[in-house]
Design a protein around this ligand. Sequence first.
Ligand SMILES: [Zn+2]
Length: 484
Amino acid sequence: MKKKFEKKELINKSKDLSDWYTDVILKAELADYAPIRGCMVFRPYGFAIWENMQRILDSMIKEMGVSNAYFPLLIPYSLLKKEKEHIKGFSPELAVVTHGGGKKISEPLVIRPTSETIIYAMYSKWIKSFRDLPLRINQWCNIVRWEKRCYLFLRTMEFLWQEGHTCHRTHREAKEEVERVMRMYEDFYKDFLAIPGFLGRKSVSEKFAGACDTSAYEILTPNGKVLQACSAHDLGQNFSKPFKISFQDRDGKTKYVWQTCWGLSTRSIGGLIMVHGDDQGLVLPPKIAPVQVIIIPIFGKGKDFNQKILSFSNQIKKEIEKKGVRVKFDGRTQYSPGWKFNEWEIKGVPLRIEIGKDEISGKFLTLVRRDILNERLKIKNEKLKVKVQELLDKIQDNLYKKAKKFLREHTHEVSNYQKFKKIMRQTKGFISAFWCEDPKCEAKIKEETKATIRCLPKKAIEEKGKCLYCLKRANRKWIFAQAY
Ligand SMILES: [Zn+2]
């Protein structure tokens, strides 16, 4: 029996990021492997993180004036085929239903790998006039893309996301929508997930299947490789033409709409875990943490004494709760305080309050921040309510600053290809360099260094330079990195 209560040992993050990553997800009980190849189960603690992200992002989406709706999971194969680039991009990863009700069905149905086609079939029905524009809808749903490997959160056959799909009267309006959405995503990443990154436009070879243009937010993981955190696409009229989404404009002429689509998935939880976690486990930004404060009683001998601790802890819990803080009291008696400290550290709870002999008799409480574990703070009882919120804000801020510092230290300006190769072999990270915009150079660089073009930063300016690879004239510096 005793073995069960031994504290959980974690793999060292700096030693092996990938092993640590899986280990911390399993031990913090965020997710588990499903008995289906490529699939994972969101356990309650992991799902609670997604629920928090959903709640925040959903309100940001609605604030932009976009409404939620829901479209079917199954898409007729013929619909998916309508846009050539789109079907080409997705066909290797499609899951297709061929039988229903015990019989072979006349037309195969695809389990959505994304919902452009089913949504646009409806849009063509709903849009008739310029008065019906803009049409802006978002859906929260699951997605299936055939994938045999399972890398928890980051690469799974089924994942969850939101996908926004909008139609506009002019191309300019569609482009403005992409910009607005990317600003929203950037704010969400910075303000809530405390993750800085690069926002910009993708190169032609890296854009979404069927889009004119793709914008993305790229974030840095601790081993110097990067993740695409979310993206938004300017679809131009690539879908509105085959799907016949047209409208009668003010001038009486029939025109095709201009479209955008954009999404953020549960993959973002993978980024969150990697960016902030440490050797002790997860470190969750307070704004996203399912539990922001954990109260751990240090029970002693004697029923009366323990009763005092219990009622004092409950009183503290109520006080903090009143402030709208998500707080939990771990009163389990079968585990020691040390075991619980370890457990909640692995789970990344931002703030811990310890309540023992000194705390119930004195006027001070003992608090420990998850981001600075070796510091024990003594807080006056009457100042607790204010202090807790203050500390949560400080933790949120500190996590962002730390991540920003790491990003800065791992972003280099490089003009020499030898130096570029050396960085990509060693510390990696983001490299800003001139590129002539010829896909051949892009492909060569990828082949020789594994680095791909991540984006042309939003803030990039026109300047004169030489392509990193072919030394021909280049006008802008692009961001390169190895994909995780
Ligand atoms: Zn070149």
